[in-house]
Design a protein around this ligand. Sequence first.
Ligand code: FMN
Length: 352
Amino acid sequence: MILDELAVPIVLAPLAGGPATPELAAAVSNAGGLGFLAAGYLTEAALADQIARARALTSAPLGVNLFVPGNPAPPGAVADYAAMLAKTASEAGAELGEARFDDDAWAAKLDRLAADPLPVVSFTFGCPERPVIDAVHAAGSEAWVAVTTPGDALTAAAGGADVLVLQGSEAGGHRSSFADDPADDASGGFGLLSLIQLVRDLTPLPLVAAGGITTGGGVAAVLVAGAAAAQLGTAFLRSPEAGTSAVHRAAVATATPTAMTRAFTGRLARGVRNRFMAEHDRDAPLAYPEVHYLTGPLRAAGRAAGDPDLVNLWAGQTHELARELPAGQLVELLAAEARTALAAASARFGAG
Ligand SMILES: Cc1cc2nc3c(=O)[nH]c(=O)nc-3n(C[C@H](O)[C@H](O)[C@H](O)COP(=O)(O)O)c2cc1C
């Protein structure tokens, strides 16, 4: 298993939408962790290009993450929301995009990874059908599946996953939930420590823990709880190798709280609070990726104008602790902090 070969049990989270770059993935892998590319929103050709560039920068293992496609929203589901956003768009001097459905080039990306595999393929938004997992295995790759509940963990384990990526509710970005069900919103979802303990009790599969980890103490905590590695996303958003936009970088460095919202994409995600979220969250329909495409040009205009109030500022709950360091140095620092934290925790039992 790749996890057993890592010098440092730290995995870079896939960061679709700009922050994930070949340089960032390679830097984490070169430092002894596991770097990840994010296939989400890329064309198959762009994915192939990113894989080639990452391979040119490292000979260490790499992973790639794919979005499992969902179903189109009912006809007209987005019309009222589009009408509401029209004023915000015209004030920003931007057009709204076409609220269309697509499957993110799912088959083409799978074919590409079957023909030219990477050591790890991870999936979010669902557990792929068995033939997909079998094809990943046949290509010599490990299949990792992200889950947010004990029930989804059991489904993924039964479906052939080699590793479960546990995403706690602290996490930045989209929830990896198999079903984006508003009925679950009231609970806020499982916090990471609860999720690790519950899933550890259900399956012997190796666990990778994600959500709100930005310090070595956080890395140590999830290892002690039973994870084989920690997966960090927000912690790397300020690294120079990341493709994070300027407005996003600045927001990550503030102490502004985060919240979950469907306002930007039609699917629940956590980001730094801003005006767009406050004004539109309660009206946003459950329609992904239709709302993602609808708001895309508006968000791009916000990034270009340096207006954080129009941009999806995905970040986890501990974002203000993210450090502005080259990714390799950050991996080394996190590892050193984790060793210190583990020794201190162990010493608490020493006197007994
Ligand atoms: C900007 C951003 C983009 C993300 N993109 C993806 C993605 O493409 N695929 C995925 O499985 N998770 C994605 N996530 C979620 C991460 O995999 C992970 O669960 C999260 O970063 C962990 O929480 P943290 O950000 O507090 O470290 C993204 C998160 C962020 C912040």
